[in-house]
Ligand binder design. Structure first.
Ligand code: ASP
Length: 474
């Protein structure tokens, strides 16, 4: 390898007349016998390189290092379609850093014709295509803009545990066996809900985290087991305060990455009105032209019912709602102030409205949150409505009730589904297009083979025994 320092390809236009070193991937090769043209790509750009005969040995997508002269192209050779179309690289020396064999999937097109299994099996190649590189960068830029918007508003970023106790978000838990305490299990967080509330007890006042949430839900086309939320929580706030802050952060971040918004002020709908008008609590307010232009149309929905009748076909709901009632969104929410009495008395359960606010965008749920019950009697009352005994309440959320007796400020927050946000910003229609290593629709990991079996030694150490279901004989 040459001792010269590497020049990013995107900066070669400023190095005309100089001999420099560039490195990257051979995007295309045209072998004309005596001379060989290659397009070399790195993260900053693509440049046409002209070399001598032996360079014909380079295979596409190999990683090479080139030393050569950056030249201005003659006027009539300028390629106006390419950002570096005014220059050319005259190769003097090349080194192959890692030769590429024939690729299992092609990376020079948008990839939509390739079956998804192959794309995910070779995701590290799939991510090389321009469309995917742009999405990876867009996601990073959007997260960066959000982080900036939150720091500007004096939020503190705090991480919460991944190995924890069940936090109810209406799904099954993924559990992790404890080696040191045989027979006991951790749950992976369905959300950082309880920890972020405890951070309010701790006096953080304004918290956020880019949180990974893990929920064992029945797989649907557009849903995986894990996803990324912007999770935040604020103290001494009312519903409207949180909505305003979130709206400002979202607007600022969407604009920072060049996204277009339909409304400068997000319209607010009552759940009842939304259901009457759209037949659903997620709706799309865009015109056909706005859809074609990739506009984002955000709106709020408020005044949801707190409880609903358990759907007996949903195992997680049956587990949560022992009385036949379960929460619609979040058991840690507070009802609207006018309905607190009903909740405390367990009356008119079906009529109690929650302080929940959902953010919808282009027909999808883009986030949701609420003002929380920060007094122990309110949280206890919610679990009572769902049919929990005192002992079960103590076992499930006793730690929260305790924290609510030592000075917990009124608080509320939200979680935004960032995979969805990026999907809409990128104008894609599948979440898998905007996650670097998503799962397949059948729950298999990208590239690596999980879930998979573990060794007998591991099972022994964990005091676990596998009992497979009996296969019915034909
Ligand atoms: N914990 C909720 C969720 O993950 C969001 C919130 O209420 O802050 O959906």
């Amino acid at each position: 390898m040459s001792e010269m320092t590497r020049t990013p390809i995107g900066e070669t236009a400023q190095a005309v007349g100089q001999t420099v070193k560039i490195s990257g991937w051979v995007q295309t090769k045209r072998d004309h016998g005596k001379i060989t043209f290659i397009d070399l790509r790195d993260r900053t750009g693509v440049i046409q390189c002209v070399g001598y005969k032996k360079m014909g040995e380079l295979t596409t997508e190999s990683v090479v290092e080139l030393v050569g002269l950056v030249k201005q192209r003659p006027e009539k050779m300028v390629n106006a379609d390419s950002p570096l179309g005014t220059v050319e690289f005259d190769v003097q020396e090349y080194t192959i850093l890692n030769p590429a064999k024939e690729l299992p999937i092609q990376v020079d097109e948008d990839g939509r014709d390739i079956n998804e299994e192959s794309r995910l099996r070779y995701r590290y190649l799939d991510l090389r295509r321009e469309r995917m590189r742009k999405i990876v960068k867009l996601r990073s830029d959007y997260f960066h803009a959000m982080r900036e918007a939150l720091y500007e508003r004096e939020f503190t970023e705090v991480e919460t545990p991944m190995l924890t106790k069940s936090t109810k978000e209406g799904a099954r838990d993924f559990v992790v066996p404890s080696r040191l305490q045989p027979g006991k299990f951790y749950a992976l967080p369905q959300s950082p809900q309880q920890y972020k509330q405890l951070l309010m007890t701790a006096g953080v006042e304004r918290y956020f985290q880019f949180a990974r949430c893990i929920r064992d839900e029945d797989l649907r086309a557009d849903r995986g087991f894990e996803f990324t939320q912007l999770d935040l929580e604020m103290s001494f706030v009312k519903r409207e305060d949180v909505m305003k802050t979130v709206e400002d952060v979202v607007k600022q971040s969407v604009k920072a990455v060049g996204g277009k918004l339909k409304d400068e002020t997000f319209p607010v709908f009552d759940y009842k009105d939304a259901m009457a008008k759209f037949g659903a609590d997620k709706f799309d307010l865009r015109t056909e032209e706005e859809k074609a232009a990739g506009v984002l149309s955000f709106a709020w929905v408020i005044n949801f019912p707190f409880f609903k009748k358990v759907d007996t076909s949903d195992a997680a709901e049956v587990m949560d709602g022992k009385s036949g009632w379960t929460f619609t969104h979040n058991p840690f929410s507070s009802p609207i102030p006018e309905h607190e009495e009903w909740l405390l008395k367990g009356e008119r359960v079906g009529e109690i409205l929650t302080t929940q606010y959902d953010l919808v965008c282009n027909g999808y749920e883009a986030g949701g949150g609420s003002i929380r019950a920060h007094r122990p009697e309110l949280l206890r009352a919610t679990f009572k409505v769902m049919g929990y005994s005192d002992a079960e309440i103590q076992d499930g959320v006793g730690h929260m009730l305790e924290a609510f007796e030592v000075g917990t400020p009124p608080h509320g927050g939200i979680a935004l589904g960032l995979d969805r946000h990026v999907m809409m910003l990128a104008n894609e229609d599948s979440l898998r297009e905007v996650i670097a290593f998503p799962m397949t629709s059948s729950g298999k990991t990208a590239v690596m083979d999980a879930p998979s079996t573990v060794s007998d030694e591991q099972l022994k150490e964990l005091h676990l025994q596998i009992v497979l279901p009996k296969v019915a004989k034909k």
